[in-house]
Every structure is written in structure tokens, then in C-alpha cells.
Design a protein around this ligand. Sequence first.
Ligand SMILES: Cc1cc2nc3c(=O)[nH]c(=O)nc-3n(C[C@H](O)[C@H](O)[C@H](O)COP(=O)(O)OP(=O)(O)OC[C@H]3O[C@@H](n4cnc5c(N)ncnc54)[C@H](O)[C@@H]3O)c2cc1C
Length: 636
Amino acid sequence: MKSKQLHNRIFAAAAAVALTLSMTACKSNTPTASTTAAPATTAETTTAAPETTQAPEGIYKAGTYTASAPGLKGDVTVEVTFTADALEKVEITDHQETPGIGTNAVDKLPDEIVKTQSLGVDAVAGATITSDAILAAVADCVAQAGGDAEALKAVKAETTTEKTAENLSADLVIIGGGAAGMTACMRAEELDLSVILVEKMPFMGGAISISGGNQVVMGSDLQKNAGVTDDSVQSMYEDFMKNGADLNVPELLTLYAEHVGETSDWLQAQGVTFDTEGGLHQLAEYSHDRELAYTGSGAGAAEAMRQAIAATDATVLLETRAAELLTDENGAVTGVKASSDSTDYTIEAKAVLIATGGYGNNKELLTEEMQQALYYGPVSSTGDGVIMATAEGIDADTRLMEYGKRYPNGIEVSQGIAKSTIGGNITGWTMSAILVNSQGQRVVNEKASNRTILETELKQEGQMLYLLMDEETFSVWKTKLGGAGISQEDIDGYLKLNGSAAPVFIHGDSLEEVAETAGMDPDTLKATVDTYNGYVQSGKDEEFGRPADFMTMEIGDGPYYLVEQKPRFATTMGGLVVNDLLEVQNTSAKTITGLYAAGEVIGGVMGDDSPSGANNGWAVTSGKLAAEQIAKTLQP
Ligand SMILES: Cc1cc2nc3c(=O)[nH]c(=O)nc-3n(C[C@H](O)[C@H](O)[C@H](O)COP(=O)(O)OP(=O)(O)OC[C@H]3O[C@@H](n4cnc5c(N)ncnc54)[C@H](O)[C@@H]3O)c2cc1C
């Protein structure tokens, strides 16, 4: 039987926090001759129909018009059909947006626009950039048809929803449908538990859907088949401890290392496959190669998990936000209160699993230092699980809340929000890109670990560095940023700003020119370049030890580019205290009966920093283990 998916309108105020990015101009195409169109489709929705505001009569030149606007992964193209007095049909004819995220806007917005005759409709939560692209392209079509797009933007669709109350019950209620929650759901269903999963966003997926899609597979057949047979729990434990400054919780790290291998093989059997052709990745943090990428990256893994859940009996309540844990007179957790726009649910369960992810998008839960770092994670990471579990009466304990995984290579695409240049940098280091500080000096081996570069960056003026590139390197570097949602149009826009606003992309024909624009001493920058080129010639970086394999090209002819590099983070390292059965502990170090946690919401397994592929690995491993532990506890 298919899972029951109730599509309600988004409730969570927290989820409505938008990762808003600047829009660039639309590309319009001339209208086609057609004046007839299929009738507008009507979205299936459980909410009351919005009060529609009809556009004034006779205001459009009837016909079908097309336009495009940049989405996250490229242009989104729409085709809009108008009668003389109405916007009759909106169709998305081309896009490359992320399955399960951007595609939610593609699926929902066209009908919303037609139904409300408005461009003032809300962006679909989690798909703001795609929503903006659709709205911009439709606005362009409105203008082509002679309508007033600005007036349509001002038309607000009011929804009048009468809420109903509903009582549900299950063996297990899972809060959050990210990698941890979905894995727990899949495993709990295998173990014959009845499951209700509540997810506040319009889709399951969470961070893994936008993640790089790498995962630790230590101890799996996958790793062995890829040629590494001598890795061990001990070796993974030691590598993680070293990377996490020995702050990792020993029993959780051991649990992780002992079970991630079998979890990875089990995932394959569930349909989440790995790119074995790409092979295990070689990484500075690891003594053995133990990381693989998912087939189709993180989005591919999320889609496979959604499909696996759809084939079960699990009840999935989308756009439903859990807000409160229910307890009995002994303090045991007995369920959850959750709400959608249309329904207030009281869900009773024998066990509650919190799998709500991190808190990177909630400044109140971040230290001042972490607040300085740019954020590039999901809008949904608002720490709801920590907030619910630490509420009075539940009193869960937390640890290591001050840490998040920061990378040194963000550009500030809108205030406080980053995108990553890491994809370009990896290629840049094989060419002639170097890092300099705001005085124009080299300060670090560009091939050092992220951690070393970050620590160096944090010591510099403005806590930032610049990537310095010549024309040849820049022309390749800029083509490698698409995966991070940085388009060529974006880059052109940043270059036009030439450092006058973030993100700083300075360019100039000479080193003197870029130095002056950046406020650096030109002689210092020139001396840095001469010295570096000398190291390339001799094959030895006397100052910082950049490996000779990554010093094969001198910094050559201009134009030259300076691109800002700032700390960015998405994943938080702190969270709830759990024991090795993944039971949540209270501030008196006692188990809270009935309450479990999985994934990023758990604090401490990584210490103060996580190595590559570790967080996805932990989410799936802890999700599977939590389901198994709950099934064991509930056995008669
Ligand atoms: C851009 C990016 C790249 C990354 N790359 C990698 C990588 O390559 N390798 C790696 O190992 N890790 C990576 N990570 C980290 C990793 O993906 C996450 O740590 C992991 O997926 C977290 O899974 P989770 O299920 O614990 O939490 P999430 O994925 O955050 O899922 C939590 C879910 O709970 C829902 N939720 C929250 N509150 C509520 C509520 N009150 N009611 C109902 N639902 C709620 C959220 O909407 C969300 O769907 C990356 C993260 C990001 C953001």
C-alpha cells in the first residue's frame, strides 16, 4: 500500500525563513500566435479555496507568451496563456531544478498563480529561488501581454482555513523526514512498527537533498569491494577523534563506527545506491579511504529514500510541524502535538523519535562566534527538536551547542547567506589559484585541510581571505560552481559590482589594479605572486608546503581576479544528549522514557568538527539504529 501523504499548506513560521537570493533579469521570447489554451488546472488541496481577486477586464493581449528567469540550477522557462481578462494557464516548459525541492515550486506555483490571478502568492517553502524564478518569468509574460505585473504582485491571496482537530496513534512517531527520519521510517516499517512521520516542509529530504552526497561507508562490503579491506572501527575512531579535537562522545562514536558499514550495505538494498565507479575518495582526514558518493548525489539518495517510504504503510504528514511533546504523569513521552494549516493533530505513540536536524538557521541557538559565519544550510534547521526536548517538564540535556562545521570558502550571496566555491577551488589548486589575505600576503598551504585553512582565515583581518586567480585559472574555476547554485549570470553580476558590494569579485587588467581596488598594497601582492611563481619553478613551497603536484602552473597573464573567501557553515555539531541506545537524557542524566533521537539533532558524536561524509553517515546509521532499538523496546 502506498504511504498516505496529506498535502497541507505550510504552517511553520520557522520554515518560512527564506534563503532569498538576488534575481537577475528575465529573458523573454516573443508570443506564439495561439490564443486558445487548455482550461486551467486546479491544484488538489485540503485547504479552503482562496478568495480570488479577478484582474480587471480586457487588460491582456490574448495569447501564449514565454519567458525565462534564472532558478537555482539554470533558467526556468514558463509559458503563460492569457484570455483578454485572465491569466488562464501557466506551464513550466523547461527547468533543471532540484528534484523534491525546487520541483515543489514547479508543481505548485503555476496552479496557485492561476487560481489566485496573482503574483503575490507565497514562495514555496524551501524552494524560494525556484519560486522567485517562476514568478519573475510569469511577470515578464504579463508585461508582454500588456498587463500590469506590479499590480498583480500586490494582489494577495487570502486563505480562510478552518482548522480541524484530529487524534492519531501509532507505535512510533518520527519528527522530521531528513536522512535520519526517513531511514528510521524505512527500518521501522521493515520491523513491523506502525509509523507516523511528521515533516514541516512540503517534502521529505532535509539537508541530504542539498548535500554534496558523500558518505562514510567504513566496514561495508562496498568499501571492501572498492579495494579497502584493512580499515577498522579503531582506525575510524582515531581519525574522528583527531578531527573533532577529542571532544567526540566515545560511546556514540564507537556505536557509529561499529554500525555504519552494515547500514551502508542495507541502504543499497533499500534502493539508495552509491557511485562505485567514482571509487572511494582520498581525503586528508582519513587514514583509510572510506567515503563514497551517492548515485545522483544527495538529491539522488533523498529521492531513493522517498520512493522506499512510498512503498510502505507509513503515514507521512507533510507541511505538518511538531510543536510539543506529550508526557504522562511520570514524565514519559507519549506523543506529539503537531499542526498543519488545516489540522491540529494529537498523535499518541509508544515511542517518539526526534530527527529534526540542526539549528544553524536559528541565531538564538548559536554562539556569537557562529553567528558571524555565513549560513548555507536548509531553512528547516531551526533547532525545533532541541527546543521541544529542552522545554520545561521534558528537560532534555544538550552538549557542544557552541560548535558547527565551518568551511573557509563561502561567498556572501545575500546578507548572512553563503554559497560555496569549493567546487571551483578544488580545480583552482590544480592550476595557479592561491589564497592571500587582505594585505596581499600568502598565509597558508592552499592544499591544507579545511580545518587548517579555516583556522588561518579566522586569524586574518576581517576573518577572510581572497582567492587570487589569473585569467586562465578563473575561466576554468568559474565553470565549476554550478553545483553550488552559482550560475554564470550570477558571476557576471558579481563581477559588475567589482567589490563595491558582497560578494566581492574584484577584477582588473593588472595586479596593481586589483590590489588597489581591494585596498591592498600593490607591491606586496606583486611580491607574493613573484615568490609563489619562484616556488613553482623550483617545485618547492618554502613557506607553506603546498605539494609540488599542485604547483605546476605559474600565475600568468591578467586580467586578474580576487574572490572573497569567508567562513560558511550549514551543519551544527551540538544537540541533545543521548546514551548508546539513542535514548534522550535529561539534565539529571536520566533516560526520558519513550524519547529517542537520531541524526544531526544529537550532540557530540563529531566533537567540534566533522570530517567529510561523516554527517550523512551518522544520520542514516543513527536513524536505522534508533528504529531497531525502539522495535526491541516495544517487543511484548
Ligand atoms: C549543503 C550541504 C551539504 C552537505 N554535504 C554533506 C556531505 O557531502 N556529506 C555529509 O556527510 N554531510 C553533508 N551535509 C550534512 C548532512 O547532509 C546532514 O547533517 C544530514 O543530512 C542531517 O540529516 P538529519 O536527518 O539529521 O537532519 P535534516 O536533514 O536537517 O532533516 C531534519 C528534517 O526535520 C524536519 N523538521 C525540523 N523541525 C521539524 C518540526 N518541528 N516538525 C516536523 N518536521 C521538522 C526538517 O524540515 C527536515 O526535513 C551537508 C549539509 C548541507 C546543508
